[in-house]
Design a protein around this ligand. Sequence first.
Ligand code: A3P
Length: 321
Amino acid sequence: KYLRQDGLTDECKKLLTTLPKERSWIASHYMYNYQGLWLSQRLLGGVLACQQQFQAQGSDIILVTNPKSGTTWLKSLLFTLINRKKYPIFEQDHPLLVKNSHDLVPFLELKLYVDGQVPDFSSFTSPRLLATHMSFASLPKSIQDSRAKLVYLCRNPKDTFISMWHFINNIKLDHTDSKSIEECFDDFCKGVSPCGPFWDHVLDYWKESIEKPNKVFFLMYEEIKAQPKLHLKRLAEFLECQFSIEEEKCGVVDEILRMCSFDNLSNLEVNRNGKLSSGEENKAYFRKGEVGDWKTYFTKEMSEKLDHTIEQKFQGSELSF
Ligand code: A3P
């Protein structure tokens, strides 16, 4: 069934010829619109395989994000939170000190099911901690049908865009063939961005979090930055692993936040010089980690244009940026 050479099945190759496509931000590549979601060819293969094969368990915890919304941070927080009995936070050999969180909390479509791989879940302990950039509509049915819990992290679209633009420029190998920031910005406003449209992605999970608060927990990057302790404790409650009074007294909450802070993680040897098991340099996932860095790059016109789009798209949703 699988054509291993490029990791795409015949089915996927056939589908590619029928989907709307646009030049991606790395202009020599294309993005394809599948079920309303803009995906690279490689990612489309991963999404299809995951949709067909992944069997969720009721105890699964799945982190969902738009790319560049702070996934690395929340993966670190979730891993540390969930595993704090198995890996006590104050011990020197904590896995997060020697591995990047992307290697501890794998993406479904980007890591486990990509390139025709058949994942082996036998080494995962319960609850399994997984991640995805898939839209709500594209999630494998078993995730929606099971009691698996979803944690959604959202970030201000202006900062998300700037973070994405830097990331793509950072990881691409060929510097001659990429779109300008203006072109990428126009694409983003039209909804043509990796795993975009940004607003559809956010709004679908936002609605689900309101309709099913025990199933989907909605977090904002800026809110965690502003009140980290409050949101970590809310997250622990949602995941039914509340901090005990004893843990609070011993400073476990503060220590998890310190351990997962941008300053701590970005200065670890593994994140300064190490690579992910998939080959990307870990340091690409740590740039500034600030709120409002878009102001350094946006012109007045860009800001007004995106404000207008945001207003239109999020009207009536109670979400504001
Ligand atoms: P910037 O490019 O604005 O600095 P993702 O993890 O989804 O790829 O998102 C990457 C963004 O999250 C980058 O934003 C990165 O610097 C920031 N980030 C990474 N680790 C972080 C942390 N521990 N705390 C806050 N932000 C973090």
